[in-house]
Design a protein around this ligand. Structure first.
Ligand SMILES: Nc1ncnc2c1ncn2[C@@H]1O[C@H](COP(=O)(O)OP(=O)(O)OP(=O)(O)O)[C@@H](O)[C@H]1O
Length: 354
């Protein structure tokens, strides 16, 4: 087995009395694009700062290429960080900004220029070498910051909300570029975001964080299709969550008591287990002729037009605490106040026990 590029083991961190990372273990593979995804305050930036050497963890170890880097300062470890605000030197040319790290390493001027030009070409800014940062757009500045971080050929590139300052359209465009650049250079990227669309678009490996812990991790397709926890099911995309208790389990068939009645499903969860049944919006069927699992009738509370589809929010007629989120084609004739049956296919139900 090949050793992981980064091995974070049992890392905890406290700021004063406040424990912000709780026993986090994570490995990063060479050449991978890892996204740390989670709500504000979940500990993503602290974990990234520990990887970058800006924070020494209260407990645990960080190995990079097999070497213990836990307390090694930023400039002495094989990582570079791209910050949301770019942190470019305003008085220096773009070329000098990109070559700065090489200058610190004692690389001579001719080699610095050549490598800075190469890095700028890599990010699509071959003509910006002599410009000043203020002559560039936000997206271009972010690309300069990326070139500056890549030029020193780090083992791991750390990105803290790198697209956070960009407008939505540019953000989506830069996502595509970031992914393409990462594949071209083959450097492992670890990128912090709270934007789940960004996570799905970029990650080979998605790490869902909540309250200082890793809730779920894996390829984004797996995290979306089979989230490990309730939090993951609602943070990485949306889900309808139906709480229930397994009342009988025999020969691969279980009965789950829920607010919408007893549901007979295929599964191996033992009787007595408290579960949540999660269904993704695209798997909920509205209308009388639906899937095999009937989830009762609902009253539509809101319909949001989203271009190619409509997002429909509906409330169970049996229990107003139960909310459904469905996705229907843009042309579907559904309006607030409509009473509609909701169902799904048995295979589209995700059983969550934590
Ligand atoms: N230097 C610090 N001193 C004290 N508390 C801190 C410090 N840095 C972060 N925290 C606290 O640690 C917790 C985790 O913060 P962190 O920035 O890692 O979260 P995050 O998931 O990156 O959030 P965001 O998306 O808002 O940046 C928060 O409660 C924050 O207030």
């Amino acid at each position: 087995m090949i050793a992981p590029l980064v091995d974070i083991s049992s890392v905890s961190h406290r700021f004063g009395q406040h424990t912000v990372l709780k026993n986090v273990s994570l490995t990063i593979e060479p050449g991978s694009y890892t996204i740390l995804l989670g709500p504000s305050g979940s500990g993503k930036t602290t974990l990234l700062s520990i990887l970058g050497g800006f924070v020494t963890p209260s407990e645990g170890k960080v190995l990079i290429r097999g070497e213990d880097c836990t307390a090694v300062p930023p400039a002495k470890r094989p990582t570079t960080t791209v910050f949301q605000d770019y942190a470019l030197f305003p008085h220096m040319s773009v070329g000098s900004n990109v070559g700065f790290g090489l200058r610190m390493q004692g690389v001579d001027a001719a080699a610095r220029t050549a490598r800075a030009r190469e890095a700028l070409a890599l990010v699509g800014l071959a003509n910006a070498f002599d410009k000043k940062p203020h002559q560039l757009s936000g997206g271009q500045r972010q690309r300069v910051a990326l070139a500056r971080a890549l030029v020193v050929e780090p083992a791991v590139l750390l990105l803290d909300e790198p697209l956070g300052a960009l407008d939505l359209k540019l953000r989506r465009q830069m996502q595509d570029e970031l992914k393409a650049i990462q594949k071209r250079v083959g450097t492992a990227f670890i990128h912090v975001t709270h934007d789940q669309e960004e996570a799905m678009a970029l990650a080979d490996h998605c790490v869902v964080m909540n309250d200082g812990r890793i809730e779920d991790e894996g390829p984004p397709e797996r995290v979306y299709a089979r989230p490990a926890t309730r939090f993951s099911a609602t943070f990485m995309g949306e889900s309808t969550l139906i709480p229930g208790t397994v009342t009988a389990a025999k020969d691969g068939t279980i009965t789950v008591a829920t607010q919408v009645g007893a549901l007979s499903l295929t599964g191996t969860v033992p009787a007595g287990t408290t579960v949540a049944l999660a269904v993704r919006p695209e798997h909920l069927v509205l209308g009388a002729t639906g899937g095999a699992v009937r989830l009762g009738t609902t009253k539509v509370s809101d319909v949001v037009f989203q271009g190619s589809f409509k997002r429909v929010l509906a409330v169970s007629e049996k229990d107003p605490a139960l909310h459904f989120i469905a996705r229907v084609p843009a042309a579907a004739a559904v309006q607030p106040g409509d009473i509609v049956a909701v169902s799904c296919d048995a295979g589209d139900i995700i059983f969550l026990t934590s």
